[in-house]
Design a protein around this ligand. Structure first.
Ligand code: AMP
Ligand code: MG
Length: 415
């Protein structure tokens, strides 16, 4: 049997090819309480000014600033208190000369008032108080619309809904929120050597760790997957399962069987079902055999069976494509610069993604880092990106790091 020659393409080009085939999965409406972690399908626009009225930012007294002119330590000006305004109520009084209203934080200013004197700035005596400094018009006043003007766009469509987004949705009365629909994603692990998590090991067998790992990677994105379990390397059986999965899902993730081994059947599956292979070799380590195909409007992610390759292939290709299908505007892992914590002297023509521990300053490889490693994906919280080329890297070098523990993505694909 002749081994097919595969031409590696750069990671960035592979990402672009996948994204070109990722189509948003539509929209749905959910109660506000269920919206956190989802993607906004329409912009949030201020339907009223925030604050909606001039209000006091302090507990104190509302006064007319013109009555405070000339106040000083040696010329204290007295005021008489004619009303008390609690947050949530409105005064029906109009302040006259040297009159004031006790006012609590969040209460609207009474007619005539244009400044707030904090309690701490007064000496009180029964229903009167004195002040020792003048106040400017609008001093200490929280102005109507200072936070948001009516009609202003607050958050654009495509934004990840975090706690602050929920606050603004609640501010404008969104009891229900129009969000992007999540794609239905299937997972199928392939490999005759695989047994399930709850099964005992037997000679030559290993547990299927990729299936549960991918399910967790999906859950981190808010996607509940549909699992097709683990299946032996049997061409007809795998074709049958893939065909069924494609009628039930928007995208299918398989692991294993994309390399050039005698029982690596995924290339034959793509051919049989008429899917177009977008690429089957990427200039990266690990995961160079990562394959993505498109058929019948669905994406098929053929991730390598090696756990580190599988993990990396998901984060680099599957995640941004699914985020695009989810209507997100920030598709990529957030990245930062870090100091390399160890020498990495072995040069490689391919871009290397090293599972790493990043502490906010230094990024160090998270132990055993071969493509078949499972330990370093458990221990790492980031991936160091070492560009391909002829040189190695030294401890102390500045490197790019992709962050794995940050919910909201980045708009830039930067490598
Ligand atoms: P493959 O991509 O099928 O050539 O598999 C590459 C390596 O990954 C082999 O050592 C497999 O035994 C291992 N492997 C394949 N699938 C899984 C899986 N679901 N979980 C853990 N390891 C796997
Ligand atoms: Mg296999």
């Amino acid at each position: 049997m002749m081994v097919e020659i595969r031409k590696p393409i750069p990671v960035g080009e592979a990402v672009e090819r996948v994204l070109a085939h990722a189509v948003p999965a539509g929209t749905e409406t959910v109660p506000l309480e269920e919206s956190a972690g989802r993607i906004l399908a329409e912009p949030v626009t201020a339907s009223h000014p925030v604050p909606p009225f001039n209000r006091s930012p302090y507990d104190g007294f509302a006064v007319r600033s013109k009555d405070t002119e000339g106040a000083s330590g040696s010329n204290r000006i007295p005021f008489s208190v004619i009303d008390e305004i609690q947050a949530g109520s409105v005064s029906n009084q109009t302040l006259g000369e040297r009159q004031a209203a006790r006012i609590m934080t969040g209460a609207p200013l009474p007619d005539g008032a244009d400044a707030i004197v904090m309690f701490e700035q007064t000496v009180e005596d029964g229903d009167t108080f004195t002040i020792r400094k003048p106040f400017e018009p609008l001093e200490n006043v929280s102005l109507k619309g200072e936070d948001l003007a009516e009609g202003e766009e607050v958050v654009p469509a495509g934004s990840y809904i975090h706690a602050g987004t929920v606050a603004v949705l609640a501010t404008f009365g969104y009891a229900h929120v129009k969000i992007a629909r999540r794609p239905v994603v299937g997972i199928l692990a392939t490999g005759t050597e695989l047994v399930g998590v709850g099964e005992p090991l037997a000679p030559g067998k290993i547990r299927n760790s990729n299936g549960p790992m991918i399910a967790a990677q999906l859950r981190r994105m808010g996607i509940e997957c549909r699992t097709y379990g683990a299946q032996a390397d049997d061409l007809d059986a795998v074709i049958g399962t893939v065909e069924r999965a494609l009628t039930e899902t928007d995208a299918l993730i398989t692991t294993g069987g994309v390399s050039v081994g005698d029982f690596d059947y995924l290339p034959a599956v793509y051919e049989k079902i008429g899917a177009e292979v977008l690429f089957n070799k990427v200039a990266m380590r690990p995961g160079s055999v990562t394959t993505v195909a498109a058929g019948g409007g669905k994406l098929l992610f053929g991730l390598s069976g090696n756990p580190s390759s599988c993990f990396t292939g998901f984060e680099l290709f599957t995640r941004p494509a699914l985020l695009k299908m989810m209507g997100a505007d920030k598709l990529f892992l957030p990245h930062t610069k870090a100091v390399l914590g160890e020498d990495f002297t072995k040069p490689n023509p391919f871009t290397r993604f090293v599972r790493a521990v990043y502490d906010g300053n230094t990024a160090s490889p998270a132990g055993f880092n071969k493509s078949n490693a499972v330990s370093s994906i458990a221990r790492g919280n980031a991936m160091i990106v070492l560009p391909g080329g002829t040189r190695g890297f030294k401890k102390g070098d500045e490197v790019d790091v992709l962050l794995l523990g940050v919910e909201e993505g980045s708009t830039q694909w930067k490598l």
